[in-house]
Design a protein around this ligand. Sequence first.
Ligand code: 4NP
Length: 164
Amino acid sequence: MTYRICLVCLGNICRSPMAEVVIQHRLEKVGLSDRVSVESAGTGAWHVGEPADPRALAALRERGYDGTSHRARQFAANWFSQYDLILAMDQDNYAELTRLAATEGIDADTRLLRSYDPAARTSGDLDVPDPYYGGADGFAHVLNQLERAADGLVESLQEELGDR
Ligand code: 4NP
């Protein structure tokens, strides 16, 4: 059985598509990509069907990742059962997912992605800041955070799925 992860931000054109590409890359590197699937979605509908933001694609490309196949989706309340783990990029996304889950009477396993980054846990700041209204440096900063969290997440998946 594939272990299914969905990454969720607001627009699904910046943070969660970048996280998806980075995590997919890490999963392939450790040989878990056939056992873990990673997808992404936004809580908002504004960009549904669009590729990732050009600044997100550029930041990814600069570090050797390719995000060009992404198309934005909106997370729907009836998707909770499709995923084993739902990871929000910030507290707002988390709150919206919790609200959506309640409309379905579901207690979904929803967490913040950066809770997998030990340094972020220590600092107490678990949000990936929305880079949409900023510049290229914001996207590079977000990518740093996503790479650290992806390392922690994949380590945790290796422990959890290792013996199955
Ligand atoms: P994301 O960034 O949630 O990281 O994809 C945003 C993208 C679009 C908008 C806001 C945030 N927007 O308001 O259109």
